[in-house]
Design a protein around this ligand. Structure first.
Ligand SMILES: Nc1ncnc2c1ncn2[C@@H]1O[C@H](COP(=O)(O)OP(=O)(O)OP(=O)(O)O)[C@@H](O)[C@H]1O
Ligand SMILES: [Mg+2]
Length: 250
């Protein structure tokens, strides 16, 4: 469904490539989490997959050879920047209108899609008044209304409290059931790893792990790649120090 081959993005003036010869493929209906520390190249990867930016070298191919290119829907880290309409109904209706549907048709698709993501009853409130979790659900509604087959989330848990994380994960679960292909870019992998079929880890622009989430948690040097192994993280108060040593006296 998605094939990334030797993808490299070198920004002029930087010492090393932001993305360095990264290759992987994602099957139809797969849910893949891409993790890595700040600056490891996750958002650069998303821009290249979505064709918002061009690689220095390497290729991204989408879809199967026998079908037309699938639509890619993006859920950006900054949920506010993605809202175009004054109300959720208008916001979600933009996509179908752009695809050539009549206003009325677009509004009925929008209403149905908002219901699907659990925003029924909120169709005509000011879109900006929605909570962070609701705004991400609104972005997903926009993507569903455009019939995207691949959905990419960039840091979907940024600024969300626990109920917000639960809301986003409910949506991710629902998209999985719908058979969508999902790529979730996040350094907060503990929030979503249990829903993933596969984990990829980027470290300084290089792909350093591509395999099962379980194996990554059992035997890989995640901390050396700047991400914390969530298993057994918080057993004592000292664990909440988020220090390397866990020493209260320091
Ligand atoms: N337009 C740009 N020009 C120059 N350098 C860039 C540009 N965009 C990204 N970079 C650099 O590429 C590297 C990877 O950035 P990227 O935004 O992909 O990291 P990330 O993994 O998404 O981090 P975060 O967890 O903070 O979102 C960083 O060193 C960043 O400074
Ligand atoms: Mg990023």
């Amino acid at each position: 469904m998605l094939e990334v081959s030797s993808l490299t993005r070198h920004f002029p003036g930087s010492a090393r490539p932001a993305l360095d010869s990264v290759s992987f493929s994602v099957r139809r209906g797969e849910c893949v989490v891409v993790s890595g520390a700040n600056g490891s190249g996750k958002s650069v990867l998303m821009s290249l997959i979505a064709a918002l930016d061009r690689p220095t070298s390497g290729t991204v191919s989408l879809g199967d050879t026998d079908s037309s290119e699938p639509r890619v829907g993006l859920v950006f880290q900054d949920a506010d920047s993605q809202i175009l309409g004054d109300t959720p109904l208008e916001d979600v209706a933009y996509g179908p209108v752009n695809l050539g549907k009549s206003r009325q048709e677009a509004r009925s698709i929008a209403a149905l899609t908002l219901k699907r993501v659990g925003l029924e009853g909120r169709e005509t409130v000011p879109a900006r008044s929605l909570s962070g979790g609701e705004k991400r659900r609104l972005a997903v509604a926009g993507i569903l209304a455009m019939d995207a087959e691949i959905v990419i989330f960039d840091e979907p848990f940024a600024n969300l409290d626990w109920p917000g994380v639960v809301q986003v994960n409910d949506i991710i679960r629902q998209l999985r059931h719908m058979g969508k292909t999902l790529v979730i870019l996040t350094h907060e992998m503990e929030k979503v790893l249990a829903l993933a079929d596969r984990l990829l880890v980027l470290f300084q622009g290089k792909l350093v792990y591509d395999g099962s989430p379980n194996q990554a948690l059992r035997g890989e040097p995640l901390e050396a790649w700047g991400i914390r192994n969530p298993l057994g993280c918080y057993e004592r108060l000292e664990d909440l120090l988020w220090s390397d040593t866990g020493d209260l006296a320091q």
